[in-house]
Design a protein around this ligand. Structure first.
Ligand code: VG1
Ligand code: CO
Length: 553
């Protein structure tokens, strides 16, 4: 066998962030850059000889090249088999599904998620463990430590492997099994949701529009909505995956999914709209002229979970990331089930799901999911909403002879539970020093801020969120500054761990509104006072020179 040990030197910047290692494509194209990180993964996980690996990515620029390199390195590092998605494609939730279904030792997922792609765009890589979830912090830290002392990597010298045809081949004694990237995932969805009811809904005049944003969910959406649910062809858009996402920013929010937003807020709008991101783990839910915040979406799914066959037995518990609104907490309290508050990033949900403590998880950043896999799952959330809409339509057909809209479901939810008015303001690509300065200034102000009064708001406490994992006791500190007000409102400041340019500062704003007469208000209007307080106490404009956010969600 033609295995080479290639001498190399550490790069020192291979620290995984919130979700894997993300850099500009040219960084990954430097000689040895990808190889160093992959070898650091293999050195860390020390898979037994002959182990099976899952491999795939979101199809962005450099995906194919990276897959070829990783296959040859897996062969040289003693793996016995690799399951790789056809064409090198696997959405993030589909990869999680494959790892679990075929019980592979782990998986490597190539994606920079919602970050733009192309030769000057972003690329990324992350490792998922045998439970199908992102490696926990202790593993990513060990990978980083190995990347700082690496001196060689192992790679098989071989011809490229055919990735476009389903089937098996052998490189250096390792089996490469090219699998259909969609079918296992689509089967899993069909096992969780009432496809008959959704089929009925989508063929009863109810119109939906799903925007795959030229990213990985295109083939999944075609199989599920068009083939299995028989929806009209115009129910999906931008379903051809492109290496640069058509030049777009595959982030399903009101800013970047503007093509869909124009349709949903236009004349003759469909009843339901949804979009997913580069790697298929995020979702945005829209009704006719109506936007559902991700935090509210989690709460609605939790409150209505029993309508979906896969969740008919109920929900064991809910987990949400700290910056996510407490809307789900209110549902958990009503259902008498626990609600956990974790740091940002899906890797913190894995232990809770593995231990059976939680069924549903969510993040304000357009991430929702359950214990069916160990990643957030965009299409899963879309199907859950369709299942809820279909089930409510069926019961209404007998009783009220009316269909409930997304907006009506949301309004009824708020009337029952109250509304956690919520918004996130992102300041992207700030000079790192200025962004760090804002955080340091806030830290230094904790004493002075505690008890301070701003109009109708009084600050109760300030802290820097830290988390002790209830299952394995591991501690994560420095997870975001919380300004907590006496009426339950909050402002959270956090630096992003997924950006590749300068620093991104996120400000999360939340106020509780019990009054039904105020529920129709636009979030920016309802939160105006809190927004002002956030700018005042952070000295953001003075310190960064920015007077408005880059993106508001
Ligand atoms: C962001 C989101 C976080 C999410 C992460 C990965 O991280 O805020 O909630 O888990 O992206 O999502 P950060 O550190 O930039 O705030 V994905 O779809 O990019 O894998
Ligand atoms: Co993503």
């Amino acid at each position: 066998m033609n295995i080479h040990s290639i001498p190399t030197k550490p790069f020192n910047d291979q620290k995984p962030g919130t979700s894997g290692l993300r850099k500009r494509v040219p960084a990954f194209q430097q000689p040895h850059y990808l190889e160093n990180f992959v070898q650091s993964i293999f050195d860390t996980i020390a898979a037994p000889p002959g182990a099976t690996l899952t491999l795939g990515g979101d199809g962005r620029y450099y995906n194919r090249e990276a897959i070829q390199i990783i296959l040859k390195m897996a062969a040289a590092n003693g793996f016995g088999r690799v399951l790789v998605g056809q064409g090198g494609i696997l959405s993030t939730p589909a990869a999680s599904c494959i790892i679990r279904k075929y019980q592979t030792y782990g998986g490597i997922i190539l994606s920079a998620s919602h970050n733009p792609g192309g030769p000057d765009g972003d690329f990324g890589i992350k490792y998922n463990t045998a439970n199908g979830g992102p490696a926990p912090e202790k593993v990513t830290e060990a990978i980083f430590a190995n990347s700082k002392k690496i001196s060689q990597y192992r790679i098989l010298q071989a011809l490229d492997i055919e990735l476009d045809a389903i089937g098996e081949s052998d490189i250096g004694g390792m089996q490469v099994q090219v699998i259909d990237p969609v079918v296992d995932y689509a089967d899993l969805m069909a096992s969780l949701f009432d496809f008959n009811a959704i089929h009925g809904l989508l063929n009863s005049g109810f119109r939906m529009k799903f925007d795959a944003m030229h990213a990985v969910t295109g083939p999944y959406a075609k199989e599920i909505f068009l083939n299995r649910l028989d929806a009209p062809a115009d129910s999906v858009m931008n379903v051809v995956p492109l290496e640069d996402f058509g030049g777009g920013h595959p982030d399903p929010n009101l800013t970047y999914a503007h093509e869909l937003v124009e349709i949903i807020y236009g004349d003759n709008a469909p009843d339901f709209g949804a979009a997913s991101d580069g790697d298929g783990d995020r979702n945005m839910i829209l009704g006719k002229h109506f936007f559902v915040t991700p935090s509210d979406s989690l709460a609605v799914i939790a409150a209505n979970a029993k309508l979906a066959p896969g969740y008919a037995k109920g929900v064991a518990g809910i987990a949400r990331s700290m910056p996510t609104s407490a809307a789900a907490d209110r549902v958990a309290a009503k259902l008498g089930i626990p609600c956990y508050e974790t740091p940002t990033g899906w890797k913190f949900f894995g232990n809770l799901m593995d231990a059976g403590k939680v069924t549903l998880c969510g993040e304000e950043s357009f991430g929702t999911g359950s214990d069916h896999v160990r990643e957030k799952d965009g299409l899963w959330a879309v199907l859950f909403w369709l299942n809820i809409l279909a089930a409510k339509q069926q019961s209404d057909a007998q009783q009220l002879k009316a269909r409930q809209s997304v907006e009506q479901i949301m309004m009824a939810h708020w009337a029952q539970f109250g509304r956690n008015v919520y918004s996130r303001h992102d300041y992207e690509a700030l000079p790192s020093d200025a962004a760090n300065g804002v955080m340091q200034h806030l830290h230094a102000s904790f004493n002075q801020l505690t008890g301070a009064q701003f109009g109708r708001y009084t600050i109760k406490t300030c802290d820097d969120f830290s988390y002790t994992d209830p299952i394995d006791g591991s501690v994560s500190t420095g997870q975001g500054i919380r300004i907590l007000f006496s009426d339950g409102s909050r402002i959270v400041f956090r630096l992003s761990g997924t950006g590749t340019e300068g620093a991104t500062l996120r400000i999360y704003l939340e106020a509780f509104e019990p009054d039904v007469n105020q529920h129709h208000l636009d979030a920016q209007v309802a939160l105006a006072e809190l927004i002002k307080i956030a700018l005042q106490i952070s000295e953001l404009t003075k310190r960064t020179g920015r007077d408005k956010p880059t993106v508001i969600t």
